[in-house]
Design a protein around this ligand. Structure first.
Ligand code: SF4
Length: 333
């Protein structure tokens, strides 16, 4: 059975606040409200590529549970039809932490929603306030507890490099989110988009965004934290597509952002092993899991080249028994 996911964007709908960084039209490339016909078209297109699927119909963007009630129900009703026919295993939605209560969770259950993601962004109340989120970290804790009580798959989304944020605050945010025991996480380094409050602050020189290199280094740490806690990071970095490139003003954006962070983790692990094995220079053999050779090598051999500058000629060897991020290094000459 082929795993098919259908991602649908609900731009802007229902948002009680305009967050400092948000320009949903630019992120999704959509400016018109999603219609029932859009769902039919997207699902039929996806299904035409395969006989059947066990994936999800996912509503992203906006604040799904805050959109006008009848409109929300019409979208859910249409998606549920496909779940009822056994073509999808469930429905995924994404919403704000202050737009969750028992009444809405009862509705989501009834319409076969299986996964609820919360746009938490930060667990630091000052960062939340400076970025006009309109909710507090306490709202995240309360809604997370309710979502888990109802038995939904639970996902968290966090950002790095927001106005007023620091690496230390981001690490604390990740720690607090991990303590909520989510099943999945998405991490988005801040990208300054045109027509946002953040763009105005950036232009005034009040806000300095993270560079891509800074964000890669921080996100590598965050990725490891979630990984070690057994939480799947299902997205790292804003997805390309939509109009992000056109609306880009500044900040940490790269289409291969995740690969860069994964490679950075491998480089750190390799360096740690070199120190542990007390290898001062020479030819080294680095062993990693079979699926992770390109991560260990780095984009355009960046890790191999950096090791060369440090005095090591490195060769990567694959071993199917090695787990993700497991590395060993030995001197071959
Ligand atoms: S809640 Fe989400 S969709 Fe709404 S303005 Fe904020 S970031 Fe954008």
């Amino acid at each position: 059975m082929k795993h098919i996911n259908v991602a649908l964007f609900v731009p802007d709908e229902g948002c009680p606040h305009r967050c400092s960084f948000c320009n949903q039209k630019t992120i999704s490339g959509k400016s018109k409200p999603l219609t029932v016909e859009d769902i039919e078209n997207a699902v039929e297109t996806a299904l035409s590529a395969s006989d059947c699927g066990d994936g999800e119909i996912a509503f992203f963007g906006g604040s799904f549970t805050a959109i006008e009630r009848n409109y929300m129900l019409s979208l859910l009703k249409k998606a549920k039809e496909y779940v009822d026919r056994g073509l999808f295993k469930g429905i995924r939605i994404s919403t704000r932490p202050d737009c969750i209560d028992r009444e809405i969770l009862d509705i989501l259950k009834e319409y076969k929603v299986t996964s609820v993601e919360l746009g938490c962004q930060s667990m630091d109340d000052e960062v939340l306030s400076l970025n006009e989120r309109g909710h507090t970290s306490d709202d995240v804790i309360k809604s997370a507890s309710l979502i888990k009580e109802y038995g939904f798959e639970f996902g968290v989304q966090m950002m790095t490099g927001l106005y007023g944020d620091t690496n230390e605050k981001a690490l604390k945010t990740a720690k607090k989110l991990i303590s909520l025991k989510p099943d999945t996480a998405r991490i988005y380094p801040t990208v300054v988009l045109e027509n946002t409050a953040l763009a105005a602050l950036y232009e005034k020189g009040v806000y300095v965004p993270q560079s891509t290199e800074e964000a890669v280094s921080l996100c590598a740490e965050l990725l490891l934290m979630f990984h070690e806690a057994g939480i799947r990071v299902i997205r790292l970095g804003l997805h390309s597509g939509g109009n992000v490139e056109d609306g880009f003003v500044a900040g940490a954006y790269h289409p291969a952002f995740r690969e860069m962070a994964e490679s950075s983790i491998y480089l750190r692990r390799i360096k740690d092993e070199i120190v542990k094995e007390k290898i001062s220079n020479g030819k080294i053999e680095i062993t990693v899991g079979s699926s992770y050779v390109s991560m260990a090598t780095g984009q355009k051999k960046s890790n191999i080249n950096e090791l060369l500058l440090m005095g090591y000629t490195a060769k990567i060897k694959a071993n199917s028994e090695y787990k993700k991020y497991e590395v060993s290094v030995r001197l071959t000459q």
